[in-house]
Design a protein around this ligand. Structure first.
Ligand code: HEM
Ligand code: HEM
Length: 179
């Protein structure tokens, strides 16, 4: 279940892949939903699903970070420069995810209304904290989401390079804890 110095445990593996699928789904949903018009059946449903899933993702990321700091991390594979770049890239991935969730919250709650999460609970609003909050947070949300997708693309290329060119264990140990 837990990580060791050379492999990820299944909790870290599950958290990685569930968040990867959810993040890509939220990006596609966000991209599509902002152009919906008022007469579309999805005009209200799509933002509802986007925000609800986003809030749950935020919880998942917090849990993932807690899991990470209370576990050993498998040592990085590659030369010193590659290891350094990978650590920085992973830290930026986490920071962008947090920034996107926080700005998503700031967009949605600027008008004083909380976020209804799948009709299950409502995340309260604390109102607007600064002028033009929805617009500014909206821009940061949008560009941070684009930056995240750009970095994820490099991240995937790096994973595939490790697998097919260096033929090392980097991708395999994120797929199964038996490698
Ligand atoms: C707590 C989590 C989240 C909340 C509350 C949230 C909320 C929102 C809201 C309210 C909008 C509409 C903004 C507008 O009308 O201009 C939006 C747009 C968008 N969201 Fe999220 N979001 C969250 C997480 C995410 C995540 C994790 C991603 C994935 C990268 C994402 C990607 C997008 C994209 C691409 C747009 C469209 C931006 C644009 O073109 O204007 N969101 N989000
Ligand atoms: C939205 C999509 C994704 C996000 C946000 C993401 C994020 C991350 C993060 C933050 C880590 C560091 C884990 C740690 O704390 O140790 C990581 C590791 C990893 N990811 Fe992703 N990932 C995504 C998609 C993918 C995809 C599609 C692949 C494969 C093609 C992949 C392959 C890997 C591998 C192999 C590692 C382990 C790297 C190592 O051992 O140093 N990821 N990912």
């Amino acid at each position: 279940m837990k990580n060791t110095t050379h492999t990820y445990g299944w909790v870290a593996i599950a958290l990685h892949w569930v968040s990867a699928v959810v993040v890509i789904g939220l990006f596609a949903c966000g991209w599509w939903m902002v152009d919906l018009n008022y007469y579309s059946d999805w005009y209200k449903t799509a933002p509802f699903l986007h925000k609800s899933t986003g809030v749950l993702l935020f919880g998942l990321i917090l849990f993932r970070l807690m899991w990470k700091v209370t576990n050993v991390s498998p040592s990085k594979i590659g030369n010193a420069l590659e290891k350094r770049v990978a650590s920085i890239a992973h830290a930026i991935l986490y920071l962008l995810l947090l920034l996107i969730c926080i700005t998503g919250y700031l967009i949605s709650t600027a008008d004083g209304r909380g976020i209804e999460v799948f009709s299950w609970f409502t995340l309260p609003s604390f109102g607007a904290w600064f002028d033009k909050q929805a617009d500014i947070a909206g821009l940061v949300h949008q560009y941070a989401a684009y930056a995240l997708m750009g970095l994820v693309l490099l991240h995937v290329i790096a994973a595939l390079k490790h697998h097919f060119i260096n033929k090392d264990n980097t991708l395999k140990r994120m797929l199964s804890n038996r490698s």
